[in-house]
Design a protein around this ligand. Structure first.
Ligand code: ADP
Length: 624
């Protein structure tokens, strides 16, 4: 899996910048504000250190009350103003962070909407999306982690610059020659040793902190699985009425309990690898990193105090140098840690961009479809063969046929014979690997994708309605032509129910958001889905098992109206109930991915030994 690869720092920085660019496109103020807020907040302690040193120097030296007052007032006013500004900026930063957090799904949702259907339906794509979401949920890794790494970089670099400014004179201030014992401290070797030690300790402790982060990130796969198990079984029986009934009847909680126990002991619960890691390598690394910074504070104290003792500077400056040098080492440590973090997160970012960069091939066509009032759109399949991505078997093989304008075509065949696949290719949800599909003589790949989609109204078996008002469901928008919606609902056989609804077209479907919502039956939902297809008023109307959820009376109603509803459109029905295909002009019989027979009901039923005849007789025995 990607997340284990060791990235170079250059690659990691590139990914970090790309993630920042993406976040910047969601909110252009966030990074400037974070930058300013962190510059202010990390400069503030140094200002206080600098002023305190002046006050202490005066107290330990001339003790002039006027000078002391001046320093005190200046300290209070300046630090007060900077703190005020810094807090103001922090509030602003909080607001923009929340805004970006709320919008964080937008790039992923846009990608899902624009992606080729075949990629969207691919299990690999969904696994990638789930992986990205879960890494973000359990460790905060991914695109938005780059906000905190940016923040750390700004903070530590500002801290380093301020601290270097305040500590420079620690090295340049000379112990007077008169102080014989301490003159050795003026030796540049001492200074080099001191600086070298600081860099080394900061580097080691930064890397150790980074290592702890990496150890955590290496648990990504297991932690994701742990979260999935917890998500599925942790709340078992609490959510979902259906699963609750099953849980009670079959006592499924016993299985869930076993899983949860295994999860706690061997997985990612209380006794899992995280705790082991904290006690083992991770804990040792963390403790060592923490103690190294304390060792450094000791070294700073010794060096500074010895120099003060030798007379290089006054007592007041000891606080300045110790404070600034300790913060310098802390900031160096943070910078090294952040570099490790950027590398660790780089692997998660690669997964994010792998998803966001999935190429789009369906949108290459640029030809606009002719807008024809006569609906004369003729589609032809020419020797079309298709395999689903990642499979070796042909779902469709050498399919050739032509939809004559205005015809009613039934598509029949056993389960798995290729009916739905045929429709998916017709609507260009997938492109065939062999052969071509033509619209008015031109390969459909050459047309603008959205334009081509506009010529189809489809009701799939697994259609979805939204917890939204009825009118919005039918039209897919907030403003609509009420009369047209009512006509579509009437044509779909929903008129009586519509008249009973308390708020007519404004009635909210389902109760997810409001107790006043109306729960509708499967059959009613199917009628609304049919109305939605009719409202779109496309030249092709495709109904996949249009009446599967309807009771026999509603089914008879729909079929008796279908001819009138379809009007001059080309209509395609996928149906298992062969009796409902009788009114069609043409029937396509699918078997093992190929069209094995075509003709009218009368022609096909009389074809003894034919597939249609066999299917017809198999069904007829139940009606006899
Ligand atoms: P029908 O609609 O006639 O029941 P389908 O067109 O759904 O048949 O399926 C045709 C063949 O393609 C079957 O062998 C089925 O298993 C396979 N198939 C359908 N959908 C997928 C998919 N998303 N991925 C892989 N194979 C699929």
């Amino acid at each position: 899996m990607n997340e284990e690869k060791n990235l170079s720092i250059k690659e990691a920085l590139k990914l970090q910048l790309r993630a920042m660019k993406l976040i910047h496109s969601l909110d252009r103020s966030l990074f400037p504000i974070i930058g300013l807020a962190n510059i202010f907040s990390s400069v503030t302690p140094f200002i206080l250190i600098w002023f305190s040193a002046r006050i202490l120097n005066e107290l330990a030296g001339k003790r002039n009350p006027d000078t002391i007052w001046r320093w005190v007032i200046l300290t209070v006013v300046i630090t007060g103003m900077i703190s005020l500004l810094s807090y103001g900026l922090q509030r602003l930063e909080e607001y923009h962070r929340k805004k970006v957090r709320a919008d964080r799904e937008i790039p992923f949702m846009n990608k899902m909407f624009d992606m080729d259907y075949c990629d969207m339906a691919d299990d690999k794509t969904n696994a990638l999306r789930a992986q990205i979401r879960q890494s973000e949920n359990w460790g905060g890794y991914g695109i938005f982690y780059s906000i905190s790494t940016f923040e750390s970089v700004i903070k530590s670099i500002t801290g380093i610059i301020s601290a270097v400014t305040l500590t420079a004179s620690l090295f340049t201030a000379k112990v007077p020659e008169s102080s014989e014992r301490y003159v050795i401290l003026n030796n540049p070797l001492f200074i080099a040793l001191f600086l070298g030690l600081m860099l080394l300790l900061a580097f080691i402790s930064g890397r150790l902190f980074g290592y702890v982060g990496k150890l955590k990130a290496l648990q990504a796969d297991g932690a994701r699985m742990g979260n999935r198990i917890f998500g599925r079984f942790g709340f078992f029986g609490i959510f979902g009425v259906n699963s609750d009934v099953d849980t009670r009847i079959y006592k499924q909680n016993r299985i869930a309990k076993e899983y949860m126990l295994a999860y706690r002991h061997e997985g990612y619960g209380l006794w899992g690898p995280f705790i082991k890691m904290t006690r083992g390598k991770g804990g040792i690394a963390y403790a060592t990193a923490g103690s190294l910074s304390n060792i450094f504070t000791g070294v700073v104290y010794t060096f500074t105090c010895l120099k003060a003792l030798g007379g290089a500077f006054g007592v007041g400056l000891i606080t300045q140098y110790v404070g600034a040098a300790t913060t310098l080492s802390g900031n160096l440590t943070d910078l090294f840690k952040t570099i490790s973090d950027i590398k660790t997160n780089g692997n998660f970012l690669r997964t994010c961009f792998e998803f966001l960069d999935i190429p789009n091939s369906m949108y290459q066509g640029s030809l606009t479809t002719e807008k024809r009032n006569d609906r004369k759109y003729e589609v032809e399949f020419k020797n079309v063969s298709f395999k689903y991505p990642g499979t070796d078997t042909w779902a469709l093989r050498n399919v050739s046929m032509k939809f004559n304008v205005g015809n009613r075509v039934a598509v029949v065949g056993e389960n798995g014979s290729g009916k739905t696949t045929f429709i998916k290719l017709l609507c260009r949800l997938y492109d065939p690997q062999e052969g071509e599909i033509l619209l008015n003589g031109i390969n459909i790949k050459k047309y603008n994708y959205r334009d081509y989609m506009d010529i189809f109204s489809i009701v799939f078996q697994d259609f979805q309605l939204l917890s939204q008002p009825l009118g919005n469901n039918v039209t897919g928008c907030l403003d609509y032509d009420k009369d047209r919606v009512i006509n579509a609902l009437t044509d779909a056989g929903f008129e009586n129910r519509l008249n009973e609804l308390p708020d007519g077209l404004n009635t909210l479907l389902y109760r997810d958001f409001d107790d006043n919502g109306v729960n509708i039956s499967g059959g009613e939902a199917q009628k609304i889905a049919i109305a939605r297809a009719l409202y779109k008023d496309a030249p092709f109307l495709i109904l996949d098992e249009p009446t599967a959820a309807l009771d026999p009376i509603a089914e008879a109603e729909i079929y008796s109206q279908l001819n009138q509803i379809v009007d001059d459109r080309t209509a395609v029905y996928i149906s298992h109930r062969l009796s409902s295909c009788r009114f069609c002009d043409e029937i396509l019989v699918f078997d093992h991915g190929s069209i094995v027979e075509t003709g009218s009901h009368e022609e096909l039923v009389n074809h003894v030994n034919g597939k249609y005849n066999a299917l017809w007789n198999a069904q007829a025995q139940y009606y006899a």
